[in-house]
Design a protein around this ligand. Sequence first.
Ligand SMILES: NC(=O)c1ccc[n+]([C@@H]2O[C@H](COP(=O)([O-])OP(=O)(O)OC[C@H]3O[C@@H](n4cnc5c(N)ncnc54)[C@H](OP(=O)(O)O)[C@@H]3O)[C@@H](O)[C@H]2O)c1
Length: 247
Amino acid sequence: MRALTSDSDSDSDSDSGDVDLVERYAYPPGGTWLRANMVASLDGAAQRDERSGGLGNPADQHLFLLLRGLADVVVVGANTVRAEGYGPVRPSEGWDGVRDGRPPVPPLAICSRSLDLDFEAPVFTEATARTIVLAPATADPARLKTARERADVIVAGTDSIDFPAAVAELAARGHRRLLCEGGPGVLAQVVAAGLLDELCLTLSPLLLGGSPTRILNGPPVPVPPELTLAHALQDDDFLFLRYTRSR
Ligand SMILES: NC(=O)c1ccc[n+]([C@@H]2O[C@H](COP(=O)([O-])OP(=O)(O)OC[C@H]3O[C@@H](n4cnc5c(N)ncnc54)[C@H](OP(=O)(O)O)[C@@H]3O)[C@@H](O)[C@H]2O)c1
C-alpha cells in the first residue's frame, strides 16, 4: 500500500513507497480507543451478495487481519458471525512483534440478543482466546447458560445491549484497544452511543446499485460525529481511509 497524500507521517515510510502499516495503524497510547474497520463500494454498499468479502481485495484482507493483530478484542454482531461464518481469530502474517506482551490472539466479542449461535462451532470450541458473548439481561436463560459453558458472557443492558456499559466492561478486563468489525447494525449503535474513535474505511472500486445496507444501518445518529482524515492509502484502485474523531 502506498500513501495517497504525502504528509509528515510518511517520513518513516520506505523508499519504495510502501507504508509501514503497523506504524500507520498504531493505537494511541493509554485510554480506551474504539476503531471500526469496514469496506464499502463507491456507491456506499456494505454488502455484496449479502457478504462483505466480495467487496475487498488482497490488500484489504491483509489490513483486516493486521487490524485484528493490533487489537485487544474484536467486537462483531451476531449476523456478521452467521453471514460470514466467522471462526476464531488466528495469528496472521504481518503480526511479528505486534502482540508482544499480550495473548497471541484477541478474542472475539459477539453481540447477540437471541443467542442463536452455534456453540459447537469452532468460533467457540477452537478459540485460543476464549470467545466473549455480549448479551442483554433478558436474553433466554437457557441459552445464556449454554453460552456461559462455551464463552465468557458479559451482560450489559436489560432488553438490548448497552454498548457504553459493554465497552466499559471490556476495557475493565484489559481490552482497551477495541476493533469493531460491524456489521452495520452494531456499528450504527456504536456511533449513536458516541463510542466511535476511529473509522478505517476501505473504498472498493465497484458500483453495485440494488438495496444493500450502508456501513451504518440504524436510525439517524443523534449527534453525528465529525471525523478528521488521518491518512489515505492506495492499492490499485482501492482506497484505505483512516478517519479519527475530531476532539
Ligand atoms: N462492509 C463491511 O465492512 C461489513 C462488515 C461486517 C458485516 N458486513 C455485512 O453486514 C451484514 C450483517 O450486518 P447486520 O447489520 O445485519 O448485522 P450485525 O450488525 O452483524 O449483527 C446484528 C445482530 O447483532 C445483535 N445485536 C445488535 N445490536 C444488539 C443489541 N443492542 N442488543 C443485543 N443484540 C444486538 C443481534 O443479534 P441476534 O440476532 O443474535 O440477537 C443482531 O441481530 C452481513 O451481510 C455482513 O456480510 C459488512
